[in-house]
Design a protein around this ligand. Structure first.
Ligand code: NAD
Length: 510
């Protein structure tokens, strides 16, 4: 495939890199990566060994010593060059994201665009890592706070945003003065290796030390665990399931490390009697079936007022009947495959379980076979009439199942249903009524990290801080002031008088 060559990927690839150098060890059987699109072998990857891991971390420690001394705007200049390179590689990288992960080509290209956008954002940020100044109660004293880099930032990413999540972390972290060690999902390591090749050119051109951006492709159980336990990594940013995040958060906290946890969601859209359904229905459908239901922000529940319930139900069923399911690189298709057959099994099992609880399957739910579906990873997105308290509705099944839930009272009842799950990532309301919209956004409204009005749950612009509450983890990445998590704050007081006055009026005369 042309894009593999353009991205410098071979039939076999090393899985560990300190930036410009690839570390090779062919003693173990390499990992074979098959595409969920057609089941074909894309390439093989030698996993990072524990010995190589130590080399990578030692190199990263050394790199930090010099990288942090480069001024923040100069670090921003490196990130600007990375953004420029990503523009040049956007098409092949977007194609690889689509082929390795299974999302539509448009979404694959969109993911690379998000990387470019975060680079632009980080370049501006490199001149704005601002602290505050405060007035001291003591005469001729100055107080301010400033932000210093942390050191090595470990990034563990999930398969569904195989490159964007890394860039959200790594580009912000880089302008903050940190070095990054990235462990991508073992389901999508090729996109990560492709990014490392792109970086390599820039690191070499700018004579940067080895270790500013490193890669360790390995399993969670081996390399992931090493990172969680590693005191040399002061900040771990972990994106993945709540199960993995809960474990990661506890391990990192036990060594007094910091963590950013971006975990599972159970996102709902509320449709009130005052919604414009022409706007709401496309928002629900894209939110529920985009990326084949494998976004952390996928719409999993739609909570609809009884007065418009039947209309919404019929319109959704009709819209679902028009979905074209197939090769995501073919831009005529709306829905691509799930990542693997385990996910297909999870989809089918969730549907069986929710029906056993009383849910009613309204459409979809079958696993597709035959021509074009050879990988066995294609399913028909499902809509299920359900109640919010069902166990399956309370869980995140990472597949395209939309639960249709009715409410009968005022908007607060819908908001309470929406909040009545363990997760708290994204939420939305469709209404033309300002009072309903404001109630949804009030502090007794949505309890999620993201709350949208007349926009679906999926998709976020990089300018905002991205993340959720409750079992979604509580971290924030990307825009706004999320950068502060990648730095340590220091409060400074300077006495430029010739006396030693104490604070709080304390006298200590000698
Ligand atoms: P996953 O939890 O299976 O794996 C995520 C990452 O954690 C992988 O890199 C994996 O190797 C690593 N990992 C697994 N065990 C580990 C361990 N013991 N120590 C360290 N690392 C370990 O998730 P997935 O299937 O790749 O992705 C889907 C999940 O990610 C969904 O729950 C989705 O909602 C969530 N997600 C959340 C966000 C967000 O921003 N909130 C974004 C994307 C995905």
């Amino acid at each position: 495939m042309k894009f593999l060559k353009q991205l410098k990927l071979g039939a076999s690839n090393a899985g560990a890199s300190t930036g410009q150098q690839w570390l090779t060890d062919n003693s173990a059987e390499p990992l074979a990566i098959h595409s969920p699109v057609d089941g074909e072998l894309i390439a093989k990857v030698s996993l990072c060994t524990p010995v190589q891991y130590q080399q990578v971390i030692e190199q990263a420690q050394q790199a930090f010593v010099s990288w942090r001394k480069i001024t923040a705007p100069q670090r921003g200049e490196i990130v600007r060059q990375i953004g420029q390179a990503l523009r040049e590689y956007k098409q092949p990288l977007g194609e690889l994201v689509s082929y390795e992960m299974g999302k539509s080509l448009q979404e694959g290209l969109g993911e690379v665009q998000e990387m470019i956008d975060i680079c632009d954002f980080a370049v501006g940020l490199s001149r704005q890592l601002c602290g505050s100044t405060m007035h001291s109660e003591r005469p001729l004293h100055r107080m301010y706070d400033q932000y210093h880099p942390l050191g090595i930032v470990g990034v563990v990413s999930a398969f569904n945003f195989p490159v964007a999540v890394w860039s959200w972390n790594a580009m912000i972290s880089a302008v903050c003065g940190n070095v990054t060690v990235w462990k991508p999902s073992e389901k999508t390591p090729l996109t990560a290796i492709a990014c490392q090749h792109i970086l390599k050119e820039i690191l070499a051109r700018n004579n940067l030390p080895e270790g500013v951006f490193s890669l360790v492709v390995g399993t969670g159980a081996e390399i992931g665990e090493l990172m969680l336990d590693d005191k040399r990594i002061p900040l771990m940013s972990v994106t993945g399931s709540t199960r993995v995040g809960r474990h990661a958060g506890q391990k990192v906290a036990a060594r007094f490390g910091k963590s950013i946890l971006e975990l599972g969601g159970n996102n709902a859209i509320i449709i009130t009697p005052n919604a414009d359904l022409k706007v709401a229905i496309p928002g629900v459908v894209f939110g529920a079936v985009g990326t084949a239901g494998q976004r952390c922000t996928t719409t999993r529940r739609v909570i609809v007022h009884e007065s418009v319930y039947d209309k919404v139900k019929d319109t959704l069923i009709s819209a679902y009947s028009k979905l074209r399911i197939g090769n995501p690189l073919d831009q005529n298709n709306h829905v691509g495959p799930l990542i693997d057959q385990n996910s297909v099994r999870a989809f089918s099992e969730a549907l069986d379980k929710v029906q056993a609880e009383g849910g009613k399957l309204l459409c979809g739910g079958d696993v597709l076979s035959g021509e074009g579906y050879a990988s066995g990873c294609y399913v028909r997105p499902a809509i299920v009439e359900a109640e919010n308290h069902y166990q399956m509705v309370q869980e995140e099944t990472f597949a395209p199942i939309l639960y249709l839930i009715k409410y009968t009272g005022k908007v607060q009842q819908a908001i309470d249903l929406q909040n009545d799950v363990a997760q708290g990532l994204s939420s939305a309301i469709f209404t033309q009524n300002m009072l309903e919209a404001e109630q949804f956004l009030a502090h007794w409204g949505s309890d999620c990290g993201i709350a949208n009005v007349n926009i679906g749950t999926s998709g976020a612009e990089i300018g905002g801080a991205f993340g959720g509450e409750k079992e979604t983890g509580g971290g924030r990445e990307s825009g706004s002031d999320a950068w502060k998590a990648y730095m340590r704050r220091q409060t400074n007081t300077i006495n430029y008088s010739t006396a030693m006055p104490l604070a709080q009026g304390i006298k200590f005369d000698l």
